[in-house]
Design a protein around this ligand. Structure first.
Ligand code: NAP
Length: 247
């Protein structure tokens, strides 16, 4: 896809699921990929898969909620891969519980990874992107951030926060040629949704007009478009990839 070749892309949570697929596809489009994950083996496996397919990648282990570690990682990746042009804020966790049973720890953990993690990376990548006067940031939010979900007050709040972060960063960074958008997936087949029992899965599938859960590839396609030259005039938007679940 044009506009991606030769760029350096940071993908968080690249060790599994949606992030791994985005990393592989960005590399397939010619980007040099910094595959980041809290689990070192996951990051390494992703980078190895990219290299085996003829692409260029390096693995970085880090926790997105640790601001100092994120700043250090971004400086290292920029030095080793040649600047930073694309950032995919994908790392995310769930700690589901009904409000009355939700612990303070579960609230804090979900906000720290999903929301603060995205802030940490946008902050650390903004300067190198501003220097290039070109950048693409894609934050992986969720339809739940727009519609809410019983049992996910922490996750929905974090994803809604990501959408606010996306729009504010889009306004601040637009004068420097940097676009910032969010992709909001619905239900996607990954480890995160494999936790659902069969009854919940079929109830959710019935609420999806296209009649199925999405694949990581469905989400990666939207991300690649937003990083490409074809999306140069799109910023501050939320693109839902949810089979029509929320209209
Ligand atoms: P996943 O399969 O669980 O992958 C998430 C990756 O992020 C894992 O490799 C995970 O490592 C890593 N990660 C977790 N905490 C981290 C941290 N503190 N620092 C760095 N990396 C960390 O999840 P997924 O389904 O691909 O989800 C990817 C993104 O899409 C998330 O932001 C999620 O909220 C969003 N999303 C998913 C769905 C869906 O239906 N799957 C729907 C809407 C939005 P560990 O596995 O070791 O924790």
């Amino acid at each position: 896809m044009s506009g991606i070749e030769g760029r350096t892309a940071i993908v968080t949570g690249a060790g599994a699921g949606i992030g791994r697929e985005i990393a592989l596809r960005l590399a397939g489009a010619g980007a040099k990929v910094a595959a980041c994950d809290v689990v070192e083996e996951g990051a390494q496996e992703c980078a190895a898969a990219i290299t085996a397919a003829g692409g260029e990648a390096r693995a970085y282990a880090n926790d997105v909620s640790d601001a100092a570690a994120v700043a250090e990682l971004c400086a290292r990746a920029a030095g080793e891969l040649g600047g930073i042009h694309i950032l995919i804020n994908n790392a995310g966790i769930t700690r589901d519980a009904l409000l009355l049973r939700m612990s303070e720890q579960d609230w804090d953990a979900v906000l720290a990874v999903n929301l603060k993690g995205a802030f940490n990376f946008v902050k650390a990548c903004a300067r190198p992107m501003m220097k290039e006067r070109w950048g693409r940031v894609v934050n992986i939010a969720s339809v739940v951030g727009q519609m809410g979900n019983a049992g996910q007050a922490n996750y929905a709040a974090a994803k809604a926060g990501m959408i606010g972060l996306t729009k504010s960063a889009a306004r601040e960074l637009a004068p420097r040629g940097i676009t910032v958008n969010a992709v909001a997936p619905g239900f996607i087949e990954t480890a995160m949704t494999r936790k659902l029992d069969e009854q919940a899965r079929s109830a959710y599938a019935r609420a999806i007009p296209l009649g199925r859960f999405g694949t990581p590839g469905d989400v990666a396609d939207a991300c690649l478009f937003l990083c490409s030259a074809a999306a140069a005039y799109i910023t501050g938007q939320v693109i839902r990839v949810d089979g029509g679940m929320l209209m």
